[in-house]
Design a protein. Sequence first.
Length: 273
Amino acid sequence: MSAGPSSPRPSTFADGLRLAVGTLSVLPVRSPVVVDRRAAGVAMTAAPFVGALLGAIGAAVLAAALWAGVSPLPASVLAVGSLALLTRGLHLDGLADLADGLGSGRPTDRALEIMKRSDIGPFGVVTLVLTLLLQVAALEEAVSAGLGPVSLVTACAAGRLALTWACLPSVPPARPDGLGATVAGTVRRGAALAVTAPVLAGVTALAYGVAWRGPYAVPWGWFAPAVLAGLLAAWALRRRAVRRLGGVTGDVLGALVEVAATAALLVCAAVAG
């Protein structure tokens, strides 16, 4: 439901939280009463915490598979697949659409039109396959070192933190309507910094807890840099998308999630190796 001239009230903080959970996952949540830019700002600021929750669910799937005797590779496939189900595959779809748009070499208007199509072209297919292969391979490496669950939570939080930073006032929307226009510019830099700090502290504390409790020599100090690596990868892609398309769209935001999560997982895997 949208806020308009006849809306009885502006959105509340609860509306923003419901919007975050309902947009970024399939988890059951009551629909927000009002969806306006304030609610969008709250949703994008809260996005990394929704990501951490999704990562925890994926980690539970991973742990259950390993407990049942499944080897690291298929267990990693199950965990990555569960995340795709939990997000309706929307972020992966956005990644494929952005790859098709950027890879087309067409002018901006035509590239945006290509991204709106329901089908997936060759650039999108190749990008999806390579991204999922990287995620599964990196997670398997982390699992083999006893770092699978914490790496998955770290990657999921990093992916959604990229959304927070993509919604700063300096990042314009590519279209006047759609998800990108709704959330673009709704997060203040101070809010982005404020939410980044607990994410970095949280993944570090989680990794330290694993190091303290488990039999593995966990390099717990590297998990915060893994989040930063994800943000850096998302920044590079966002910069390219803004230059090429004139701003962000819902597809661009979805692509940022997957790129940031993959980069963070790769760092976790490199540290584990």
